[in-house]
Design a protein around this ligand. Structure first.
Ligand SMILES: [Zn+2]
Length: 431
């Protein structure tokens, strides 16, 4: 359906194209058409817009983002070509994209311009590296499809072609904000604390599919590894903040599901709809360790795909609740738990008193600003604990406390939605 609409709109677009190409040097702002997805009506729209950050309207290259085109290499920029748009200058100084690739590329660029403006509005633009390196991969040549991949150490984001009927990642502003949030988190929290080798090794640990392991391997992996716990915790936090950033940018709580509809059917308690995932409490330190242990102990001879988790505590769940997750790697566990983090951030934002929030910002934007500006302090805690002690969500609450975000309403909200017996950092223990 979406593809049909796209085809229909493009056909009509060609009818608009008329005038000859003229020299377009020294143009500061260009008017063009972009393809926008209307989340409410679930349809594409073609809208006229102005792009203010390009020096050359045909080259997507600026202080905000440099766009490349590549056939099938995901990791390397070596064979990537700087992206050149096919534009035809129409009447009224309107530059019309000549083909779908140009239309979608300029649309994605416009989203990057809006994201930069959003970060500037929040005063957090200096917390990540600009320009972003953005690579759009070719439909026919790419092996992997239906995804977007951010390579944090290199500040590059690859947008893979979509063969499903889902919204392609580079046309989903929420996903663009999500991917670039990973770059920010890397820059402020991770970079310099771990070597490239460690990052590579731990990423491999997270991606490992435990159900495929031999029993010997399982035996070796059963010893609890502090760094494995801490790296999983970091990934949960990283994904949760990225989801919250995507939500703050779009106001669409289920922006993830619009591009990854397969997530729709996943376990209700652990979906990734921001604000709707608090059906299970945020895990305590021991609970997260238990989840990790369970993943590593999954037996390939059962039905293979289900890990059973016990969720103790919370008033809602007086008895222990068994939840089956379609999860066999720590990475996929991180995705499941990220919805709890983004939802908790949303709950906290809703409890911020209005008079504390600057008039130009929403509560969500204000909290996002505080989360980002508190990350350097979180980095100090990480530096101390990474190889000595397990990280806890208390480490996040404590840096937010420093930003004067925590109040008694927020303390109660955290208490109700966090499965930890420790007192909440910054809250009165009698509460
Ligand atoms: Zn992510």
């Amino acid at each position: 359906m979406k593809h049909f609409l796209l085809f229909y709109l493009i056909t009509h677009l060609f009818l608009l194209i008329g005038c000859e190409y003229k020299s377009d040097k020294n143009l500061k702002n260009i008017k063009t058409l972009v393809l926008e997805y209307n989340f409410e009506s679930d349809r594409y729209e073609i809208n006229k817009t102005q792009i203010t950050s390009l020096k050359n309207p045909r080259k997507l290259k600026s202080h905000i983002a440099n766009f490349y085109y590549n056939k099938n290499e995901i990791q390397s920029l070596k064979k990537a070509q700087p992206l050149t748009l096919n534009l035809v200058k129409g009447s009224s100084d309107l530059y019309l994209p000549e083909d779908i690739a140009s239309l979608t590329a300029v649309s994605a660029y416009k989203t990057y311009e809006l994201l930069w403006q959003h970060h500037s509005k929040l005063g957090i633009e200096s917390y990540s590296v600009w320009p972003k390196q953005v690579v759009l991969l070719d439909q026919k040549q790419t092996v992997e499809v239906n995804n977007a991949i951010h390579i944090s150490g290199e500040n590059k984001t690859f947008y893979l072609p979509f063969e499903s009927n889902d919204l392609p990642a580079h046309l989903n502003p929420g996903l663009i904000a999500h991917e670039e949030s990973h770059g920010l988190f890397h820059e402020i929290v991770i970079k310099g604390l771990m070597s490239d080798n460690e990052i590579e090794e731990w990423n491999a640990l997270l991606s490992k599919e435990y159900k495929l392991s031999s029993s010997e391997e399982l035996f070796a992996m059963n010893e609890q590894r502090l760094v494995e716990y801490n790296y999983t915790f970091l990934r949960v936090l990283n994904e949760g903040i990225a989801d919250f950033m995507g939500y703050t940018f779009t106001n669409v709580p289920d922006f993830i599901l619009r591009s990854f509809s397969f997530e729709q059917g996943s376990e209700l308690r652990f979906n990734r709809i921001v604000g709707k995932s608090m059906m299970a409490p945020l895990p305590s330190v021991d609970q997260l360790q238990l989840l990790i242990n369970n993943i590593k102990n999954v037996k390939s001879d059962t039905d293979g795909l289900h890990v059973k988790y016990l969720l103790p505590k919370s008033e809602e769940f007086q008895d222990q609740v068994v939840v089956e997750l379609n999860t066999t790697s720590l990475l996929s566990l991180s995705y499941r738990l990220s919805g709890l983090v983004s939802t908790m951030l949303n709950i906290i934002s809703e409890n911020i008193p209005q008079d504390q929030v600057p008039q130009v910002l929403t509560k969500k934007e204000y909290l996002l600003q505080k989360v980002v500006t508190s990350l350097p302090k979180f980095r100090l805690i990480l530096n101390k604990k990474l190889k000595t002690q397990r990280l806890s969500f208390n480490d996040l609450w404590s840096v937010l406390l420093d930003e004067k975000i925590i109040n008694q309403d927020i303390c109660s909200a955290i208490k109700n939605n966090w499965d930890e017996n420790q007192p909440i950092e910054g809250c009165n223990s009698e509460e």
